[in-house]
Design a protein around this ligand. Sequence first.
Ligand code: NAD
Length: 471
Amino acid sequence: MEKHICQLLIDGQTVAGEGAPFEVINPADESVIGEGQQASTGQLDKAVDAARKAFANWRETSESARCTLMHTIADRLETHADELARIIVLEQGKPLVVAKGELQGAVAWTRYNADVKIPVKVFEDNEQKRIEGHRKPLGVVASITPWNWPLMIAIWHIMPALRTGNTVVCKPSGLTPLNTLRLVEIINEVLPAGVVNMVTGEREIGEAISRHKGIDKVIFTGSTPTGQNIMANAASNLKRLTLELGGNDAGIVLPDADIDAIAEAIFNTAFVNMGQTCAALKRLYVHEDLYEALCDKLAELAQAQRVGDGLVEGTTFGPVQNAQQFKLIVDLVEDAKARGGRVLSGGARVFDKGYFYPPTIVADVSNGVRLVDEEQFGPVLPVIRYRDIDEALAMANDCSFGLGGSVWSGDPDAAKSVATRLECGTVWINNHAEVLPHAPFGGCKLSGVGVEFGVEGLLEYTQLQVISMPK
Ligand code: NAD
């Protein structure tokens, strides 16, 4: 198979990196599908300069012109959807149908951001004076993205930045950079040079971004330790930050739930993208009356999956994206087994090549076992038995993360009163992991700072300017 070359895109031009070489691996067969060189810090400076130069004009572009250009980008994404989805499968591993869903999400977010209105707030308006709050762009926004939903998360970062008049330097994960390069190339066919740039690299270039005096904001999606490092480095010029970090979302199944009605949704939201989703359901607390029956149903659904290469028709479950994440999953499941965990499906790698781990349900574990306490970010779900709701809530909230949570019940009012007691940014009832362009999403505790999506998410790319006018 032909190898993709991963370059940088600075000021409308693709250029080779000047730093260390790297390879892109297909997680389904461990073959090398791409190669490139990381950006040097000098190249990062050039990308920031290009974005700064482009900002002068882009910020003056009218709202309607920006809206039209963003819809044109969405049209091009639709035209290139098959090509982009295929690249995502090759480097990320997810089944093709899921990658196509990622493209649909990318288009929906682009169009939402194109159309959303930036409000002018009136704080006072009387015969003497009027005080208005206007939203101004920040300048150069840096986007740093992870490897799980690489294209959609890049869109989540880039589109609100553009809509609010900022210019962008993005840095994808070195594990999945190819789709983002293609995306930035397509965006550059539509926008003026320098408005969206891309550099390659990992920790070193990420730290240079966080420290860079020419960057006004970092929007970051990734792990909590990296987010903490970014926050420390960003202090030098008080960069604005939105940090979407790790999660260990709990779901609580109340005793009145109809397990036939909810089992499939629980399975799908726990194993979406092979469990490699920030807001996937990662710990399931089930009332003892339903425990065995629900465990059996989840195991049945897990065993029905067809594990394989995401490009092969009929595959419903792909590989874990990388060797390090794969090893973490193996370690957590082995540790849970040693601590009395009962494996109801999966529980060991499949195939000799590729990072394949089947969907794994582990019963008879509880808080205090690593698989429950840590973010597994992979295809394994621990199921924990509880007796009363206070006990379930105490276990669910005994966690340093606070991204999402869910309550599963036949009684929406009862579910809502439990929902309000969960310590997290979003609670779904009889659902989990659903993110939408118009509903703000973000975490509390170690899951992050700020929100994305909706008007609230958009405003994080702006500076409030208050204008006080006498009449
Ligand atoms: P990661 O933190 O290892 O890497 C994310 C990105 O940060 C990559 O582009 C990486 O190159 C870069 N990076 C690494 N070190 C850096 C540094 N010191 N400074 C700046 N950038 C640096 O995360 P990952 O393993 O790619 O992604 C998995 C994690 O992301 C999980 O914890 C998951 O929960 C989280 N995540 C959160 C959300 C959310 O919306 N809250 C969404 C997706 C993923």
